[in-house]
Ligand binder design. Structure first.
Ligand SMILES: [Zn+2]
Length: 219
């Protein structure tokens, strides 16, 4: 069991990021049983939910002549364009039906500003607008943030480095994530983790009682 200052941040485990969704991550649904096994270890669980208006600026459909996975310059910097996804209230924006959500203390919705994307659960892509998660974690006296969900190289990755920027220990549980895996994005995420001091572990180690200690033999 993790302690009162530990938090599990479950990032964007939503239908649109799973096979059959509008922005599917390969094997994205396979994180669900891994996360469900981790949940009982944590008394503090927060879920995030990508939650876009119909006319969100990250949608390639909003930019004539552009295709999904192109990049464009936004006032706040370079932005990857995506298929329309996680539209507020849609089935695609719903959590994966098998994800156990009942024990979460909060759901942070992000990407609600039509003109700014938000990969990080802490701060929108303009790098200045807070989502509110930082305030919540401060009020809860959280010290360590464990991260799981979708996707490793975007929303999990940006949330992990932002957790460090907010002064938390950050540990990504890699087998409870999957990457979008555009050219270079997984390597870039790993480099960002090294630079920011984000640790990477596997779920067996966490369920064994510590992210850095030896895991209890499984089976
Ligand atoms: Zn999105």
């Amino acid at each position: 069991m993790m302690g009162p200052h530990d938090l599990l941040l479950v990032v964007d485990v939503q239908n649109d990021f799973c096979p059959g969704g509008n922005l599917p991550v390969a094997d994205g649904d396979q994180v669900v049983p891994v996360i469900n096994r981790l949940l009982p270890q944590f008394r503090n669980v927060v879920l995030t939910q990508d939650w876009h208006p119909l006319d969100h600026a990250s949608f390639a459909s909003m930019h004539p002549g552009k295709s999904p996975y192109d990049t464009i310059g936004m006032p706040y910097g370079e932005q990857t364009l995506w298929p329309d996804h996680c539209i507020q209230g849609s089935d695609g924006a719903a959590f994966h039906p098998d994800l156990e959500t009942d024990g979460a203390l909060a759901v942070i919705r992000k990407g609600m500003n039509a003109s700014v994307d938000s990969y990080s659960a802490f701060t929108e892509n303009d790098r200045s607008t807070p989502t509110g998660l930082g305030g919540l974690l401060g009020a809860l006296h959280i010290q360590r943030v464990f991260l799981v969900g979708l996707a490793f190289d975007f929303c999990v990755g940006w949330s992990a480095t932002d957790a460090r920027a907010h002064g938390y220990e950050a540990i990504v549980i890699e087998d409870a994530t999957r990457p979008v895996d555009l050219p270079g994005t997984v390597d870039a995420a790993r480099e960002a983790f090294r630079d920011a001091g984000v640790a990477v572990t596997v779920s067996r180690e966490v369920r064994g009682g510590g992210a850095v200690g030896k895991g209890r033999p499984s089976g």
